[in-house]
Design a protein around this ligand. Sequence first.
Ligand code: HEM
Ligand code: HEM
Length: 191
Amino acid sequence: MTLKGSTAHWGSVAKLFHWTIVLLILAQGVIGLIMVELPKKPNIIPIYTFHKSLGLTVLLLAILRLIWRLFDVRPAEPATMSHAQVMAARVGHALLYVLLFAVPLSGWLFDSASSLRPLYWWGIVQMPSLTGGPDDQLKEIGHETHEWLFWLLILVAAGHATAALVHHFYHRDDVLRRMLPGRRTASGPTP
Ligand code: HEM
Ligand code: HEM
C-alpha cells in the first residue's frame, strides 16, 4: 500500500478520499431528499442535525483532500487522450471540486440564514453563523442553491462516472483501475 501516488497510479490516501466522499455524497443526497418530505414535527430535528453534521464532514474532507492533493503526485492522463479530452476531464474535475465545497456551504448558508438553532458539528463544535443572524433573502438563496447545486453535482458526477466507464470498457486503459482500491494497474504490481 502506497500512501502517495505516482505518475502511474493514485495513492491510497487519494483513493480513500475519493471513494469516502462519493459514498457520503450519495448518503447525504438520499437523507436530504427523504427528510424534506417528512411531516414537519419536532421528531425530524435529529435527522436534520445528522444531515448537517455529515455535510460539514464532507466539507472538511474536501478541504483535507485538496491540501493532500498539493503534496501528492498524480498519475498523468493516458497518452492516447486528445488535448480536448484532457481539457474536458480537467474542467470536469475542477467543477466537481468546486461543487464539493459549494453544496455543503450553501446548506450551511441556508441553516445560518434560517437561524432556528445553533449549528453544532456532531454536537461538539459550535459552528459560526455565516450570516450573523436571520436573513430571509439569504435563506431563499441558500435554499435554492443547495437544492440546484446538489442536482448539478449529481449530473456532473454521472458524466464523470460514465467517462470513467468508457475509459475502462471502450478504450481499455488504466484510468478506472488506477483509482480503484488496491493496486490494479494492467502492468501489474509495482515494487
Ligand atoms: C455534501 C453535502 C450535502 C449534500 C449532498 C446535501 C444534500 C441535500 C439535499 C439533496 C437536500 C434536499 C433538497 C430539497 O429537495 O429541497 C438537502 C436539504 C437540506 N440540507 Fe443538505 N446537503 C449537504 C450538506 C448540508 C449541510 C452542510 C447543511 C447545513 C449545515 C445542510 C442543510 C440542509 C437543510 C437544512 C436542508 C433542508 C432544506 C429544506 O428544509 O427544504 N446540508 N441537502
Ligand atoms: C459524487 C461522485 C464523485 C465525485 C464528486 C468525484 C470526484 C472526482 C474528482 C474531483 C476527481 C479528480 C481527482 C483529482 O484530480 O484530484 C476524480 C477522479 C476520478 N474519479 Fe471520481 N468522483 C465521483 C464519482 C466517481 C465514480 C462513480 C467513478 C467510477 C465509476 C469515478 C471514477 C474516477 C476516476 C477513475 C478518477 C481518476 C481520473 C484520472 O485518473 O484522471 N468517480 N473524481
